[in-house]
Design a protein around this ligand. Structure first.
Ligand code: PLP
Length: 383
């Protein structure tokens, strides 16, 4: 049996999305900046996709910038806002959390060379931000606060609305929504955020396309120079086929969001019940009641897999099961997860943690199969 439980890393493209790509690679191949009819067709397709995506999150189309994915959107938003705000107001302090995606953490590190400094908020054992720590760290120099919606390793969901209420309107707030977009309702007006990142390949769209939502009036330096595309902020000929495909993935996500959520919730709780029956208190589940059902993060006690998660992942793979250590970007390296350490666990725990992540087409019999394989491997290793 082949089981794909690594949907937080990437998803299989939906065939309905795939169908919309081909015409823009084969026949409608115009450059959207050209004035002839092929170019105009491409422009219309881009702008209509922009409208679809803007409408999905309650934004206006001119607030949507197409990027090459979540990582680029994050770099663009954090660097673009904080550099511009620094030039305009001299504010040089950034706030974020220690369990953000590496794209967020490394962008903050990179900004140190421009005279910007970063403070990291306290978080609780469930991966939620501490509101007191947030308020205590804000000063008259605070420029941008970057906090994720749904954590990609442990699935913790933060109450962004509550955070933005605390902050008030004048404080710029960016929310990385890569793991939430298309899976739960995201509305920029309800969340009261100034910027958001999202990526198509997490919702059955193609890789290499994402968006940065940036509220109009927010200070913003360009990301790429040399072209007038994306309102002079992200030059370069647009990837029309991928943009159209992203919009199709959004239309599908909008109509199937509720039923998808129900399906993965069922799988997740079935998996959790099964794993507790097999491993009892020798396993800890890193999800809380407030976590997304799309992700299940498990920490195995040393005796089962000798905290050698690479070997466990390989053994699962040999049995046809795709899962991961955590973030796709850190898998393949031996570094313990900064997220698992960030929620107060030990290095040993980080090395014994595995993430299963679901899509609505996954089935209960797939979960049964994975539970069976884990039980078999656990027995073998604990002998
Ligand atoms: N932010 C989060 C929370 C993610 O999970 C990911 C990818 O796993 C990213 C950002 C990066 O997105 P992309 O793969 O589109 O660059």
């Amino acid at each position: 049996m082949q089981v794909y439980f690594d949907n937080a890393s990437t998803t299989k493209i939906d065939s309905r999305v795939f169908e919309t790509i081909l015409p823009f690679l084969k026949d409608n191949y115009g450059n959207a900046s050209s004035i002839h009819s092929l170019g105009r067709k491409a422009r219309v397709a881009i702008e209509s996709s922009r409208e679809t995506i803007a409408d999905f999150i309650g934004a206006i189309p001119s607030e949507i910038y197409f990027t090459s994915g979540g990582t680029e959107a994050i770099n663009f938003i954090i660097s673009g806002i904080s550099k511009s705000n620094f030039l305009e107001t001299n504010k040089n302090e950034l706030l974020t959390s220690p369990i953000e995606h590496k794209a967020v953490i490394d962008t903050h590190k990179n900004l140190e060379q421009y005279g910007l400094t970063t403070k990291y908020l306290k978080i609780d054992n469930n991966g939620c931000f501490n509101l007191d720590s947030l308020c205590k760290n804000i000063t008259s120099k605070t420029s941008l606060i970057s906090l994720m919606h749904t954590n990609n390793e442990i699935g913790a969901i933060n109450n962004i609305e509550q955070i933005s209420d605390k902050l008030g309107e004048n404080q710029f707030l960016f929310c990385d929504c890569v793991q939430a977009f298309g899976k739960t309702k995201i509305d920029v007006n309800t969340l009261k955020i100034h910027a958001l990142s999202a990526s198509a390949h997490k919702i059955y769209g193609p890789k290499g396309i994402g968006i940065a939502y940036i509220k109009s009036g927010t200070p913003l330096s360009p990301l790429l120079f040399g072209g007038s595309q994306e309102r002079n902020r992200r030059g370069g000929t647009e990837n029309v086929a991928a943009i159209v495909a992203f919009a199709t993935a959004v239309i599908i996500a909008k109509s199937e969001m509720e039923s998808n959520y129900k399906s993965v919730s069922k799988l997740n709780s079935y998996f959790q019940n099964g794993i507790v029956q097999i491993f009892g208190d020798k396993i800890s589940i890193n999800n809380s009641k407030k976590s997304t059902p799309y992700i299940l993060s498990l920490t195995f006690r040393n005796e089962y897999f000798r905290n050698d998660i690479d070997t466990l992942l390989m053994s699962l793979d040999i049995n046809g099961i795709a899962a991961s250590q955590g973030s796709a970007c850190t898998s393949g390296t031996i570094k313990p997860s900064h997220v698992i350490l960030g929620i107060g666990k030990e290095i040993n725990d980080a090395n014994g943690t595995i993430r299963f992540s679901f899509n609505p087409k996954n089935t209960i019999s797939e979960v049964d199969y994975v539970l069976g394989v884990l039980e078999k491997l656990g027995k073998h290793n604990s002998k």
